[in-house]
Design a protein around this ligand. Sequence first.
Ligand code: ZN
Length: 449
Amino acid sequence: MLKARSGVTDVSWPAICEPVGASMLALQFQLQQSEYWSSEQLLEQQLAQLQLLLTHAVEQSPWYRQQAEFRLLANQNYPLSLQQFADLPRLTRSALQQNLKAITATSMPPAHGQRLELATSGSTGTPLLGWESELNHFFWGGCNLRDQLWHQRDLTQTFAAIRTNVEHQVLPDWGSAISASFETGPAITLNISTPVEQQLDWLMEHQPGYLLSHASNLQALAQLSLRKGLRLNRLRAAISFGERLPDPLRELCAAAWQVPLQDIYSAEEVGYIALQCPQDESNYHVMSEQLLVEVLNANGDPCKAGQSGKVVITSLHNFAMPLIRYEIGDFARVGAACRCGRGLPVFTEILGRARNMITLPNGHQHWPSFPADLWLSVAPIEQFQLEQTSRGQIIGHYVMAEPLNADQQQLLTDKLAQSLKFEANIVLEHHHKPLNKPGEKFEDFISRL
Ligand SMILES: [Zn+2]
C-alpha cells in the first residue's frame, strides 16, 4: 500500500505533503494523463517546450548562438514544426566533450535552481560530463518515482543498490525523489567494485525487497546464488540499468530468485530515457515528457516499427547545458504501439553503443550474441570479454584460475565463430585478474575499429 508522507502535524491521512513532495505528486498526476496521450498530442507539447529551450540556448549558450540554424528558429514567432526541428544539426558525444564550455549556459532562469555537476559512472579522474539544473534533476526524480509506481513496488521494503558512486551505507529512505511524497522503508547501498561473493553475503544479511544493479553484476550475482544454492527470500524484483541486457538475464533472475527483472534505459547526460512497460516486459516506453527522442536510420530519417537506428536525444528541461539533437551513441529498435494503451513511444530493444558492434571481414556489422552458457559450457570461466582489434581478428579475454587446455580452446573458438558468424581469427587470452577496473562499467564486447 502506498502511504503519502504528511508534512503537517497531527494530520496522518489524507496526507498534506511538504512543498517538494506536493510538486512531485502534481507532476505524477500530469504524467499519469500524458502517458496515454496520442503521439500528436505529445509532440505538440514537446515542440512548445522545445521552443522555450531553443530561445534560451541561443541567448545563453555561445555554441548555439554561433549557428544560424538555431538563431533562425529561436526568433520565429510561429510554432516550431517537427520538420524544422529535424533539420537542425546534431551534436555528437565527442563534440559535447570538446565544446562543453561553449555549450554550457552562462545563466538560467532563477526558478531552475543551482547548476549540478554530471559525473560519469566510474571513479575519480573521469572527465566532467556536463551540467544539469536542479529543476532538471527534479524531473529525473519524477521518472524514478514513475518507475516505482508503474511496477507497483512496495515502498515499505528495503531497497538495495549495488552501483558506482556509492559507499557501503544504510539510508533511512529510498531517496528524496520518492520519500518527499511517500513513506518508504530503508535503502542500503554497496559499491559495485565489492567482490561478488561479498555482495551476496551482504544481500543475504539484509534480505532486501528490491535489488538494483548493472545487468552484468546482476548476472554474476544470480549465477553465484544458483551455484551456492542461496535464496533471497524477500526479494520481489531485480532492477537493471546502464548496460545492454544480456540475453538470459530474465530467465536467470527467475531461476535464482523467482523474481522478474525490470530494466531501465538511462544515461548520465540525460537521465531516464525509457522504462520497461509494467504490462509488457518486451517493451520500453520513452520518457517523452522529459526528452524528445528520435531513432534515425543511416539516412537520418526516422525508423519505423521493427527498425533499429541511432538514438538522438533532446533534453527538454535542462537549461544548464542545452542538449539539442544529441547523438548519445546508442542504438535502439523501435516497436509498434504497446498493448498497455500508453501512447509513449516504444522501444523493443536497446542495442547498445556502436562500439559494441562486431564487424565481419566483409564489412557487415551486427550486435554479437554469446550468452554466458556458451562459454560456461566449456570451462568454469569467471569473466569473459571479446575485443575486436581488426576486421580479421577478435581476442577473447577470459578470467580463470588455470588457462584452458588445447581441446577447450578449440571448442570455445568453434562455438564463438558459430555464434558470432565470424569466420576469421579468434585468439584466446588468459587473465588472472578482473577485466574491468573497480567501479567501471563492464562491456562484454568492445570494438577497437
Ligand atoms: Zn506498454
